[in-house]
Design a protein around this ligand. Structure first.
Ligand SMILES: Nc1nc2c(c(=O)[nH]1)N[C@H]1C(S)=C(S)[C@@H](COP(=O)(O)OP(=O)(O)OC[C@H]3O[C@@H](n4cnc5c(=O)[nH]c(N)nc54)[C@H](O)[C@@H]3O)O[C@H]1N2
Ligand SMILES: Nc1nc2c(c(=O)[nH]1)N[C@H]1C(S)=C(S)[C@@H](COP(=O)(O)OP(=O)(O)OC[C@H]3O[C@@H](n4cnc5c(=O)[nH]c(N)nc54)[C@H](O)[C@@H]3O)O[C@H]1N2
Ligand code: SF4
Ligand SMILES: [Mo]
Length: 816
């Protein structure tokens, strides 16, 4: 790499003053910095990460003699604008996880060869076999299982290993994802439907606004006056590479921040947010009480309610809805005798009534408000009610379809998820809840469709094989002990992996997958950000590893459907996709130029924000709901024959507070007085990156607890504790801090599970404790369940910690 010379820098500075009139000289000089494909001994190659990390950033691999010597990121030069980093032309800069990727690629623990299990499932004893033997065994087992057990016998366990990648998408609910297409074309496939990410939101958005994809871009937030982080921590979870940066700029422009969260998060700290601590799984009550204040004090936007919504009050009920069934009647307690006042909400949420009322008034009087109702408070019993209520709050205050306002969904603006493969159709209608996969296996045909989330008129699943692709599902789905029991019951398990993770140990055939740095591909942003990344192959696949696309293609060839599965080279697919995106967005992306630079950035004349057309002209652009309006009351929900749907049980047609399972007053709450939340952690993406020594040096797994709760139990920061409930136990250090409210503890999800002979985990894996109970909507129960914490003599043994030389892990609390 050439050092940046001063002349180059001066030209750049001139250029930044008028970006559209960049001097030509800058272009070549800038490209000399991190050009996509340099020459010689030292060269740089542009790529990006591919995991489900919340962002999608530029990684620049610096190769020395063909080996990655270091990784840097976007500095603007890829778009011929070296050094420029402006709201309309932001750099796409990587976080620590991406920058540490060398550690992951060259880890000595990479899976190197295909392997066959020799020990018991879970023991982790394998022998090396050839790819031929592995393919033979997989193909013959698939054929045998399909012939014997039919089209609903193979469970597609694919997930977050690789997402928003053009040629390696794994998320199974996307019809162009690799494992889904592969199993559909083979003819035996059961796909799950409830994503742990945001299924409550999927239900709420679909039934309130009509679409989950809001299409908002982060520069919209520059215009927000009040930013509400309601269970949202973008300093960790990113939510579109530059979202945290735009929020910082919004702060600099004077926006006020409020965080409603049981934890005083790093986002709350970074943006100087006012913290409103709230008991987990009770947020719906607080939102209802805010709307009560806004409605009874006449603070809502009446014109907005009139023009765009259905069911807010009796006047706006759809035809056919019974009198008294409006949302306002419910708020006033006209039917149940319980007005949803701030006093009512205080007893449920722990938030003082006066604070709820004053926040409601501030919310209604400030415009525009960006309401980030995060996915964490939706990962609770009846989490869809929280999101339905939050949409209602945003809509009745006129905070939707307006610059700077935000009602939260799943971005997806330009150009959305990368897709080029033709979608397939599943061989049967049969489906299951991921949260209930273990019951589907353990109970077999005895499992009722309502329990496992199947349609009443679909054949029952008959799961005898599990096909795992990029999903550490045994520890990432709730109730690990039940999961471990269930996996012993199936006849065959195949797993595509990069490391011997907890799930891999239970595989019969374990296949080594090359990382995304080892093949050409392309990527779009994760939820927000308008750019494309050409993900160049940086190095050849290490050892005998292969990418998922090549593995599935080889297997499809053996099974006789290669032509349908994959009939183009990687480059041909990428080229076709670039043409498709160009046509879709009316831009001319020059393929060779994009390939050479590695990045294409869309230039938007103004920030994109959700529901603009619907608000500007609702007759021409109705909301995509059955009525064309925002459905606070959903006639569709009132009329569903719920037992026949995949939801299995009724959900009320208006946003409603339903007391959560394991809530106050329940028997379980007496036995286990603490509520636990299991949020996403900064230095991992779920369980990915947990084994990277550089990152390990900056943190340790811990349970975060308040000093009041710790003192009562004689616990100090650094003590090893056991966190347990009836479902299981996990051992890890405690960190005592005032940054979490009393009565609540937090264990960040994703630590690599390490079970002893008694089934106790010694590494702080959160799903030892989580219930596999499912809300009808599909909203998980990963936050707000009950636990107890006690000091223990059991050993904390986080396997990978031994590899890090040092760490600073007391960041959350002082040693007391
Ligand atoms: N660093 C990092 N980033 C990621 C990921 C990762 O693993 N690591 N994963 C990515 C993926 S796949 C997803 S789905 C998203 C997840 O994104 P989110 O679901 O938004 O992330 P969480 O950290 O689970 O939850 C956000 C906040 O909600 C709070 N919270 C939990 N329960 C409640 C509650 O009942 N009420 C309230 N008010 N707050 C609550 C938590 O304390 C936390 O601060 O993140 C993405 N980004
Ligand atoms: N308690 C609790 N549990 C949770 C959550 C929570 O909030 N609380 N969040 C849930 C959420 S939102 C999600 S999205 C899930 C995510 O759960 P997972 O999908 O299990 O995510 P990871 O743990 O990152 O595991 C992905 C695996 O894919 C592998 N991998 C990486 N790249 C590739 C590739 O290219 N090909 C293949 N074949 N494998 C690859 C990695 O090595 C890793 O083992 O976890 C859920 N679990
Ligand atoms: S946010 Fe995601 S894509 Fe960006 S560097 Fe971090 S891990 Fe990689
Ligand atoms: Mo997720």
């Amino acid at each position: 790499m050439r050092p940046i010379d001063r002349r180059c820098f001066l030209k750049l500075s001139a250029g930044t003053l008028g970006i559209l009139a960049l001097p030509g000289g800058l272009v070549s000089c800038a490209r000399g910095r991190v050009g996509a494909q340099g020459e010689g001994l030292e060269r740089t190659v542009v790529t990006s990460c591919a995991h489900d990390c919340g962002g999608r950033c530029v990684l620049v691999a610096h190769l020395h003699n063909g080996t990655i010597a270091r990784i840097s990121t976007d500095d603007g030069s890829l778009a011929d604008t070296y050094g420029v980093d402006r709201p309309d032309l932001p750099q796409i800069r990587a976080c620590l996880r991406g920058r540490s990727y060398r550690n992951r690629v060259y880890s000595p623990h990479r899976l190197k060869y295909p392997m066959r299990r020799i020990g018991k499932r879970g023991e982790g004893r394998f022998v090396r076999i050839s790819w031929e033997e592995a393919y033979d065994r997989i193909a013959s087992e698939m054929v045998r299982i399909k012939e014997k057990y039919g089209p609903a016998a193979i469970l597609n366990m694919a997930m977050a290993g690789d997402t928003v990648s053009l040629l390696n998408e794994l998320y199974p609910f996307l019809p162009w994802s690799l494992p889904r297409r592969f199993l559909d074309l083979f003819g035996s496939a059961v796909h799950w439907w409830d994503t742990p990410c945001f299924e409550g939101l999927v239900f709420a958005a679909g039934h309130t606004l009509g679409d989950l994809l809001d299409g908002s871009e982060a520069d919209n937030f520059l215009y927000s006056k009040l930013v509400v982080l309601w269970g949202h921590n973008p300093a960790y979870t990113i939510f579109g590479t530059n979202t945290p940066w735009y929020l910082k700029l919004a702060k600099e422009r004077g926006a006020r921040f409020v965080a409603v969260d049981p934890i005083y998060t790093d986002s709350a700290a970074a943006y100087g947010a006012e913290w409103i601590p709230i008991r987990p799984a009770t947020d719906t009550a607080m939102v209802l009480a805010m709307i009560y204040v806004i409605a009874t004090e006449g603070l809502y936007d009446k014109a907005f309610v009139d023009r765009y919504t259905l069911g807010f009050d009796e006047e706006h009920l759809p035809k056919g809805a019974p009198p008294g069934s409006s949302f306002k009647s419910y708020l006033l307690g006209l039917r149940d005798g319980v007005p949803k006042t701030p006093q009512w909400a205080e007893s449920i949420t722990g938030v003082p009534a006066a604070r709820i009322a004053s926040f409601a008034r501030e919310f209604a009087r400030t415009k525009p408000v960006a309401l980030f109702h995060g996915w964490g408070p939706g990962r609770v019993p009846h989490g869809e009610q929280f999101h339905r209520a939050a949409y209602t709050l945003a809509v009745i205050t006129g905070n939707i379809g307006v610059l700077g306002a935000h009602a939260a969904g799943v971005g997806g603006a330009f150009p959305g998820t990368a897709a080029i493969f033709p979608p397939t159709r599943p061989p049967v209608k049969t489906t299951v809840r991921l949260s209930k996969w273990a019951d589907a296996v353990l109970l077999g045909e005895k499992a009722s469709p309502q329990l496992i989330g199947n349609f009443a008129d679909a054949p029952p699943p008959n799961i005898k094989m599990i096909y795992v692709t990029g999903f550490n599902f045994l520890q990432q789905t709730p109730n690990i002990r039940k999961n471990v029991e269930a996996i012993q019951k199936v006849e065959f398990v195949v797993c595509h992996e990069q490391f011997m993770n907890f799930t891999g140990k239970f595989a019969d055939i374990l296949l080594p997958v090359a990382t995304h740095l080892e093949a050409d591909d392309a990527a779009t942003a994760w939820t927000r950000g308008h750019y494309l990344i050409y993900r160049h192959k940086v190095i050849d696949p290490l050892y005998e590893s292969r990418r998922d696309l090549e593995i599935f293609t080889d297997l499809a060839e053996r099974l006789g459907f290669k032509e349908k599965f994959n009939n183009h080279t990687r480059e041909e697919w990428i080229k076709m996709w670039v043409e498709q995106v160009s046509a879709q967005f009316g831009v001319k992306i020059d393929y060779e130029d994009f390939k050479r630079k590695g990045v294409y950035k869309f230039h938007l004349p103004e920030p994109a924000y959700a529901w603009k057309d619907q608000i500007a002209d609702p007759e021409k652009h109705p909301f995509p709901t059955p009525s064309g309006k925002v459905e606070i009351y959903s006639q569709q929900m009132a009329e569903y024959d719920w037992k026949k749907t995949k939801y299995g049980a009724p959900i009320p047609p208006i946003p409603t507070y339903i007391p959560p399972e394991e809530g106050p007053g329940t028997a379980i709450a007496k036995k286990y007085p603490l509520q636990a939340v299991t949020p996403h952690w900064r230095h991992r993406t779920h369980s990915t990156w947990d084994n990277v020594p550089w990152l390990r040096e900056t943190y340790t797994q811990h349970v975060l607890m308040s000093s009041a709760d710790a003192r009562r139990r004689g616990i100090r920061t650094g003590d090893v504790v056991k966190v347990h409930n009836d479902r299981g136990a996990t051992v890890l250090p405690a960190v005592v801090s005032e940054r979490i409210m009393p009565g609540v503890v937090a264990i960040f999800e994703g630590a690599w599970c390490d079970l002893d002979a008694d089934g106790v985990d010694h590494a702080g894996s959160a799903n030892m404790l989580t219930p596999d109970w499912a809300s009808p909507s599909g909203a998980y129960f990963l936050n707000g369940f009950r636990v107890e914490v006690e000091k223990t003599d059991l050993e904390y043994r986080p396997g990978w910690d031994k590899e890090s030389a040092q760490r600073e892990w007391m960041q959350w609390g002082a040693k007391v």
